[in-house]
Design a protein around this ligand. Sequence first.
Ligand code: DQA
Length: 143
Amino acid sequence: MKRVVVVNGPNLNLLGTREPHIYGTRSLKDLEETVRSKAKSLDLEVIFYQSNHEGEIIDFLQKHAPGSAGIVINPAALTHYSVALYDCLQALALPVVEVHISNIHAREEYRSKSVTARAARGVITGLGFAGYEMALDFLSKQE
Ligand code: DQA
């Protein structure tokens, strides 16, 4: 069975209560359920992970992503400045889909810039939890 890793960055543990007008009222647990149920329908095994710490995310990816069919990542604020995370994604050389719940291009200007997106096959931004499902769809079709 193909395995994918789904990673969420800083503050996404607060989904549901954090700026609900931007990120919605559903929690990280709800997101995990959405992801697991979509993965099941696609016959994918999923490792779901969230951390508020850049280095922990990098350690996690280095340990669990090799051998997987790809990575779905919402790097959250790390998107906008983490060269270390970008380097990690590049080094892993796997299909990466970057996902954002909100539309990063419709918000503050500094959010429009993603340093991690260069390491991704594509970016889905602004479609809420559905973006994660679409990313899984895409990865399930990769060789
Ligand atoms: C986010 C957008 C980022 O700008 C922000 O720092 C986040 C969440 C999103 O999912 O819309 O924490 O990645």
